[in-house]
Design a protein around this ligand. Structure first.
Ligand code: AMP
Length: 305
């Protein structure tokens, strides 16, 4: 079943302890769409400049990604982000953010994009997220992501979107920043009181916690020996998670838990190389193999004595 996503499609310049790359393909919606399309069809809403040409568009080709909602602005420049990581790869240090074509973007969704089963408001200006939300007929699930940049610059707008979403996917530093509470469970509960039924907290190499009013589910990240570039891990996680969830019949509690594993599997592959280099070429076999490894990693009842 279909997912509509709005978010950044971008160029990223990234420095990690292992190397650097200039103007690679990035953007929250790019990572999300490629990851989600392994499981469900995706309809992408965003904007690029004419620097994001035919060569860059190949990232979406041959996948279940409808790009008719991606608006190209003549003479415009695409969103640009420069980030750096030191040895603590859980924290991205933003060195530059250039909104460029996103600064004046007024999304108009193609008619066929307005009835998705799942709407994902990827990390972008909350004003744009709200605008897209208002153009959709009530989806079965409205999911939202954001980042520190929007928490510090547009908190009231962000709060308006949080109040209208069912599921918030956010990282642990952002929970603390948003709520001012150092404790994730308490901070998480504060966010649930605003309206979302489910909160998924991303904790980088420590994994993921899913919090609802009466349940907590937690899993570790896949124990990789080499994390080469964490850029896009959060969006790739969200893509695998919602892509799988949207493909299930009931979106039950068990489906949510399985989806968290699929999201974690895709994110673990993504961080093995720069940009989408590893993510873009995965096979069903790669995905299932790591899913089974996750099963063994977290099994504690069935182990032999
Ligand atoms: P993450 O999954 O959190 O590592 O997201 C990384 C992606 O987010 C990069 O590819 C960036 O292009 C994109 N990004 C960074 N800052 C922003 C922002 N303020 N708004 C939207 N997208 C952003």
């Amino acid at each position: 079943m279909t997912i509509t996503v709005v978010g950044s499609v971008a160029f990223d310049s990234i420095t990690t302890p292992f190397g650097s790359i200039d103007r690679a393909i990035g953007g929250a919606a790019t990572y999300f769409s490629v990851a989600a399309s392994y499981f469900s069809p995706v309809q992408l809403v965003g904007t690029v400049g004419d620097d994001f040409g035919a060569e860059e568009m190949k990232i979406f080709e041959g996948r279940k990604i409808d790009t008719s909602g991606l608006v190209r602005i003549k003479g415009g420049k695409s969103f640009f982000w420069r980030g750096e990581y030191s040895y603590d790869m859980n924290v991205a240090h933003t060195k530059d953010t250039q909104l460029n074509v996103f600064a004046d973007f007024k999304p108009v969704l193609p008619e066929s994009f307005r009835k998705p089963r799942v709407l994902f408001l990827a990390n972008i200006d909350p004003v744009l997220q709200l605008d897209v939300l208002e153009q959709c007929h009530r989806p079965e699930l409205i999911a939202l992501d954001t980042m520190n940049y929007w928490i510090s610059s547009k908190k009231p707008d962000l709060e308006a979107v949080i109040r209208r979403c069912d599921l918030l996917i956010i990282n642990e530093g952002e929970v603390r920043q948003y709520t001012g509470d150092p404790n994730l469970v308490k901070g998480g509960r504060q966010i649930l009181e605003l309206g979302p039924k489910t909160l998924v907290i991303k904790r980088g190499e420590y994994g993921v916690i899913m919090l609802t009013r009466d349940r907590i589910f937690a899993i570790p990240a896949y124990p990789l020996e080499t994390v080469f570039d964490p850029t896009g891990a959060g969006d790739t996680f969200a893509g695998g998670f919602l892509g799988y969830l949207a493909s299930t019949d009931k979106m039950s509690e068990r489906d949510y838990r399985r989806s968290i594993i699929y999201g974690s599997v895709l994110a673990s592959y993504n961080v093995e190389s720069f940009s989408l280099d590893r993510l873009k070429g995965l096979t069903k076999g790669d995905i299932e193999k790591r899913y089974q490894e996750f099963r063994e990693l977290t099994e504690f009842e069935a182990a032999s004595e």
